[in-house]
Design a binder for this molecule. Structure first.
Ligand SMILES: [Zn+2]
Length: 374
């Protein structure tokens, strides 16, 4: 960014967004924050009261829509549903739930095939259901919005390098756009099934409100998230200032993410959901920022100073209801760095690093709720 002051305190354009979707996301986030119950808590409470009837494994598998296979040599029974797998051998109390061994009432081999006790069937059924619910609560990054800063009438920061008539100008808006286009192309190639969007594709000037509104109006499913990466170059009155940094939303700032007027939202619950969503977004934004800074450090850390991850309340990220960061690629007001930023090979390393940082984050984001078992 060139002059953060011109962002100013804004009205809340995000209010015209999608409060219902935001609320659904909030509920999912709240669910995601809840740790899975320990295994002992899954034992059906009724198990001791009255022994449920034994059931054939074939009937059990059919009742939960799972696929059954029996190893003809070892007699090992495997039940697979949506990628979740249970395996056991009749006669043994050990049942492998995913990769976790659990002691349950042993099954036996009946005249028509393997049979399991009712208590075991109830336990396994609850386990499959829990795995299914957890899978549904997991997030997917459905969209990435890359926002090249400035553009059109707004050049952003302006730097110069070179001597005499060879002196060249470097405009932040141009650096931001070429980096953003490269990041967009790499992400589209990597994730053809996700929406990879740009806030501008040419030398135009969407207002800051337009950019945030664009992010907030992307249609998302209840378990889908969008991440927002704004790309800038830095400026300072201190001509020696140099290096890259990534900003994220200041955790002290509290946004109103859920309108208390949203139908179905209890007025007393909305503020709680707000806080949970806020904290979750902040955490995600920090992680995204760290991912990108780490990749930048590995890529250009030898030629540019790593100024690290920083927190602020810039308008661009403040009103976006999603993990959001702002990348400052370097200082155009530092002549050596302006020259570096004007080098397409250097800019390519930056765009590759931003791309890899986003890929790292998506990988983490979508697998962190991943259980210890496959
Ligand atoms: Zn800027």
């Amino acid at each position: 960014m060139s002059l953060p002051g011109n962002s100013g305190p804004a009205s809340a354009p995000g209010r015209r967004g999608r409060p219902l979707a935001a609320f659904a996301l909030g509920l999912a986030l709240a669910a995601a924050l809840t740790e899975p119950r320990p295994a002992s808590a899954q034992v059906p409470a009724s198990a001791g009261a009255e022994l449920p009837a034994a059931v054939s494994v074939a009937d059990f598998a059919a009742s939960i829509g799972a696929v059954l296979s029996i190893d003809p040599l070892l007699g090992t029974v495997t039940i697979v549903s949506s990628g979740d797998r249970v395996a056991f051998k009749p006669g043994s109390p050990w049942h492998l739930l995913g990769e976790r061994p659990v002691r349950l009432a042993p099954g036996r081999t009946g005249p028509a095939g393997p049979v399991i006790e009712g208590s075991t069937a109830a336990y396994l059924s609850a386990w499959f259901e829990e795995r299914r619910a957890e899978r549904l609560s997991r997030f997917r990054v459905a969209a990435v919005l890359i926002d090249p800063g400035h553009g059109g009438k707004d050049p952003g920061a302006v730097g110069e390098y070179g001597a005499g008539k060879d002196r060249k100008k470097v405009l932040e808006k141009d650096l931001a756009l070429s980096t953003a286009l490269a990041v967009r192309d790499s992400l589209r190639a990597r994730f053809p099934d996700r929406r990879i969007l740009l806030s501008r594709e040419g030398d135009t000037y969407p207002s800051l409100e337009d950019r945030v509104e664009m992010a907030n109006t992307v249609t998302l499913g209840p378990n889908e998230a969008i991440i927002y990466v704004s790309i800038h170059a830095n400026a300072s009155f201190n001509r020696n200032a140099s290096g890259f940094e990534v900003w994220y939303l200041n955790p002290d700032y509290r946004r109103t993410l859920v309108d208390s007027g949203t139908p179905g939202v209890d007025e007393e619950i909305a503020p709680i959901v707000n806080v949970m969503m806020e904290e979750e977004y902040t955490t995600e934004s920090v992680l995204l920022a760290r991912s990108i800074v780490g990749r930048l450090d590995a890529s250009i850390g030898s030629v540019s100073r790593n100024r690290g991850v920083r927190a602020e309340e810039w308008f661009v990220v403040r009103n976006a209801r999603m993990p959001s960061v702002l990348v400052e690629m370097g200082f155009v007001t530092n002549e050596a760095e302006a020259r570096l930023l004007a080098d397409p090979a250097h800019l390519r390393r930056i765009s590759d690093a931003v791309y890899n940082g986003i890929v790292d984050f998506i990988g983490y984001f979508e697998s962190r709720k991943g259980p210890a078992t496959p």
